[in-house]
Design a protein around this ligand. Structure first.
Ligand code: NAD
Ligand code: DAU
Length: 355
């Protein structure tokens, strides 16, 4: 048996592949375009491991998808590939439409073609797991109840609108064609191998480099932080036991304001890597212009996943953020490769012309 992962050189997909192969010998075919966010250094420990087959390609390439599905006969597809950064979607939404909407459509069509031709028992067992986001639900006021799976869709950014569109396609392919899909909506992930355009890795690396720590607006926006390996465990659980056609929210139960998150990182760095001048890292905090249309609060009600599939996060925010800060301190080579752009040479460095 084999699984096909899309976007497995990104932050969550990379963690998922590492986690999967740490706990199972079931091979992974990993299809990734290596956009600016794809980083094969994340998967360096799998070099030479026959269980991991990396394929450099685009989910929008239908011929490639057809070939991979026919050749590897996966029992499941886990779909991470996306343009994922809200700020980039504000500057240039085109790539978000191409990958998140059109790419997902191409994937659905290829998977539908493959799945239709499977023998009955394989067809019944097959799953497509689509990794979506809590951002499709829009924003919450301070006293609103957290998002349940029944919350209405109110996406506010080009990114979240493109993810919402993809969700609707996935849903329709289940209702119209019977494709056995599962959709998850997770909150903000954090942990190792996180690209430093996102708040937590950006703040850690800027702090260490003596740069300002940019906090948008008043810094009172709230996110619900989920440690990435807890997310990976939830995805495995949904894949194993989720009901086709159902959606599942995944959250860490860790609502924090952005300013709290930044101050927590500063305190940890003060403890683990104090500044040479004896001052605190919080001195580097700098309030900058707010993100246009900035969603004020996200919070996830993950009780369905707990009740039906028995999943609970293992990390608290305190334990997860300490691990994360430590990871960046211990893996400065990975971070330096990203900051310098060296990570983009990794494909040819590591694999030559034949990844
Ligand atoms: P990421 O930006 O770190 O990684 C995305 C990966 O997809 C990269 O490796 C990139 O090269 C690849 N990719 C992009 N376009 C592609 C294409 N056309 N074909 C093949 N590969 C392509 O993203 P992430 O943070 O790991 O997020 C993974 C998924 O989880 C996304 O679908 C995202 O919407 C969703 N999500 C992320 C978070 C979060 O906090 N990071 C939270 C909720 C949902
Ligand atoms: O909620 C899930 C979403 O979480 C995912 O769907 C997205 O793919 C993922 O990028 C993330 O989106 P956010 O916009 O919440 O994450 P980001 O790390 O960009 O920002 C987190 C919060 O911090 C947000 O309120 C904006 C703020 N911020 C961000 C940056 C990069 C700052 O204040 N300063 C910054 O420099």
């Amino acid at each position: 048996m084999t699984i096909l992962v899309t976007g497995g050189a990104g932050f969550i997909g990379g963690n998922f592949v590492l986690d999967w192969l740490a706990g199972s010998d079931e091979p992974v075919v990993n299809l990734d375009k290596l956009s600016y966010a794809g980083n094969l250094q994340t998967l360096a420990s799998l070099h030479g491991d026959d269980r991991h087959r990396f394929v450099h390609g685009d989910i929008g390439d239908s011929d490639l998808l057809d070939r991979l599905l026919a050749e590897h006969q996966p029992r499941a597809v886990i779909h991470f590939a996306a343009e994922s950064h809200v700020d980039r979607s504000l500057h240039g939404p085109g790539d978000f439409i191409d990958t998140n909407i059109v790419g997902t459509f191409k994937l659905l069509e290829a998977v539908r073609g493959y799945w239709s031709g499977l023998p009955a028992s394989d067809k019944a067992a097959f799953r497509l797991l689509h990794v979506s986001t809590d951002e499709v639900y829009g924003t919450l006021a301070a006293d609103d109840a957290p998002f349940t799976e029944a919350h209405r869709y109110q996406p506010n950014s080009p990114y979240s609108a493109s993810k919402a569109a993809a969700d609707h396609l996935v849903r329709a392919w289940h209702h119209s064609y019977g494709l056995p899909v599962l959709t998850t909506h997770c909150s903000n992930n954090y942990g190792p191998y996180h690209f430093p355009e996102k708040l937590i890795p950006l703040v850690i690396l800027n702090a260490l480099a003596g740069k300002p720590l940019p906090v948008y607006g008043d810094g009172q926006q709230v996110r619900d932080w989920l440690y990435v390996t807890d997310h990976c465990a939830a995805l495995r659980r949904v894949l194993d036991a989720g009901t086709p056609g159902e959606t599942y929210n995944v959250g860490g139960g860790n609502e924090k304001t952005n300013l709290d998150v930044v101050r927590t990182i500063c305190r940890l760095l003060d403890e683990l890597r104090p500044r040479a001048d004896g001052k605190g890292y919080a001195e580097q905090i700098s309030h900058v212009q707010d993100r246009p249309g900035h969603d004020r609060r996200y919070a996830i009600d993950a009780r369905k996943l707990a009740r039906e599939l028995g999943w609970q996060p293992a990390e608290t925010f305190d334990s997860g953020i300490r691990k994360t800060v430590r990871w960046y301190l211990d893996n400065q080579d990975w971070a330096a490769g990203v900051s310098s752009g060296r990570y983009r040479d990794w494909l040819t460095q590591q694999y030559g012309d034949q990844p």
